[in-house]
Write a protein that binds this ligand. Structure first.
Ligand SMILES: Nc1ncnc2c1ncn2[C@@H]1O[C@H](COP(=O)(O)OP(=O)(O)OP(=O)(O)O)[C@@H](O)[C@H]1O
Ligand SMILES: [Mg+2]
Length: 410
């Protein structure tokens, strides 16, 4: 029987969902590129994963971190930066934990003890350390030094990576703290050490450490201009878009074919199936949004008690979720600067075949098409909400559905 305890869908929870869809490119980037290269001592950039709210940024890296932990890697918890908080304190605390995991707390070398003491100071005082007029290096250099020691310990241990995940990076509003943090992490990522290989030759290698940053696309603006170039050289940025329908359908295929195994409440297990049309309807209503996918699944699960989730149950469930689906898209639109919202609304009001930049700009009351250029460019490259061809298209399918149809009504 289906109930709240065995429901495998998890909208908005802070765990990796049981019903996982897509993101194969990003997972394979970690498994086949980042991890093996850094283990082998080859240089590889840190990763920045940005995207509009609810696209699954935190979840994706949480899943990567879980995989890493299972492989024996040293992993920080997801470090979520609260708005306006001092990121140096948080990250210093996390690096101290990594150092402890790496066995450095009991290391006898004075160098390591000093590095730990300096990072403890940063964990306590954060960016305010820079403001004190004391002589000596900036606090961020202490973070780099200790990370380098963690990396050396990982080399000595063999076949492990130290992984740091910082979430909600757009909340780092203090420019100085942000720039120090990015330099500290970037310096550690690009740090080279000399190691002796079998046969006695000395070679240089990078450290087995990796950094994932996740957050809203607004972060892109904060890394602009001055620190932009160095940052871009050290971190590779991906902007997530929605999940493909094929991937969502594949995620539900287990329900359709074999049934999803759940405890039956009396010590055994049973299987919950899903009509093929029910699965298609879930895929259709959620428009590529992982949050809405979980929501539609959860509500369909609760809409009946039988062993098979029917298309009617999906419909009933979704009706109950419509308000939340609307709120989800409205949250995305409300965050945008008014120029960008106006652009999207104007674009949506035009027939598909008329969505050229010239038409949209004219409709917005602008003199020249180029006046709408920066706005449309941001909506494309920074946010991934639209695509700019000769005709402009929506890439964010839930935003498109909301602005151009009666969705979420079905
Ligand atoms: N690949 C996926 N497959 C299925 N569900 C997913 C996937 N990724 C994320 N989700 C679900 O989508 C919801 C939103 O995910 P998450 O909180 O990671 O998004 P986010 O991009 O970090 O959002 P925010 O910007 O608000 O922090 C969660 O309920 C999560 O379970
Ligand atoms: Mg998040």
């Amino acid at each position: 029987m289906r109930d709240a305890l065995n429901n495998p869908f998890s909208p908005g929870s802070d765990t990796v969902p049981d019903v996982w869809a897509g993101r194969t490119e990003q997972l394979s980037d970690w498994r086949d590129v980042v991890r093996p290269r850094r283990l082998a001592g080859l240089p590889e950039r840190g990763r920045t994963i940005l995207g509009e709210p609810g696209l699954g940024k935190s979840t994706l890296v949480r899943r990567i971190a879980e995989e890493a932990e299972r492989a024996g890697d040293w992993v920080t918890p997801q470090l979520r930066i609260p708005s306006g908080a001092d990121p140096l304190k948080l990250v210093a605390g996390a690096i101290l934990k990594l150092a402890t995991e790496a066995g450095l707390a009991s290391a006898r070398e004075k160098r390591i003890g000093d590095a730990m003491a300096r990072v403890q100071e940063v964990a306590a005082a954060g960016i305010s350390l820079t403001l004190r007029a004391t002589a000596g290096p900036e606090p961020y250099t202490a973070l780099t030094e200790l990370l380098v020691e963690v990396g050396n310990a990982a080399i000595a241990h063999g076949h492990v990576i130290a992984l740091i995940h910082i979430d909600e990076i757009q909340n780092i509003t203090d420019e100085k703290a942000l720039s120090q943090l990015l330099i500290a992490l970037g310096d550690a990522l690009s740090h080279q050490v000399v190691v002796t290989v079998p046969g006695g030759a000395k070679v240089t290698r990078s450290l087995p450490i990796e950094v994932y940053l996740t957050g809203l696309p607004d972060f892109e603006d904060m890394t602009g201009a001055r620190k932009g170039a160095t940052f871009a050289r050290r971190f590779k940025t991906t902007t997530l878009s929605g999940i493909d329908d094929e991937d969502l359908a594949e995620a539900l295929q287990e329900f359709v074919l074999e049934g999803w195994e759940v405890p039956d409440g009396s010590g055994g297990t049973t299987r919950i199936r899903m009509e093929q049309d029910a699965a298609s309807l879930i895929v259709d209503v959620c428009r590529g949004e992982p949050f809405l996918f979980q929501l539609a699944g959860e509500q369909a699960w609760y809409a009946g008690r039988g062993d098979t989730i029917t298309v009617d149950e999906v419909r009933t469930g979704w009706r109950g979720a419509q308000r939340e689906a609307t709120a989800h898209v409205e949250r995305i639109l409300e965050r945008l600067p008014s120029r960008e919202t106006q652009f999207l609304q104007t674009m949506a009001s035009l027939p598909v075949a008329d969505r050229t930049l010239t038409n949209i700009a004219r409709q917005m009351g602008l003199e020249k098409a180029t006046d709408a250029g920066p706005t449309s460019q941001r909506l494309d490259t920074v946010r991934g909400i639209i695509g700019r061809g000769r005709l402009y298209t929506f890439r964010h399918r839930a935003v498109e559905a909301y602005l151009t149809s009666s969705w979420p009504n079905v």
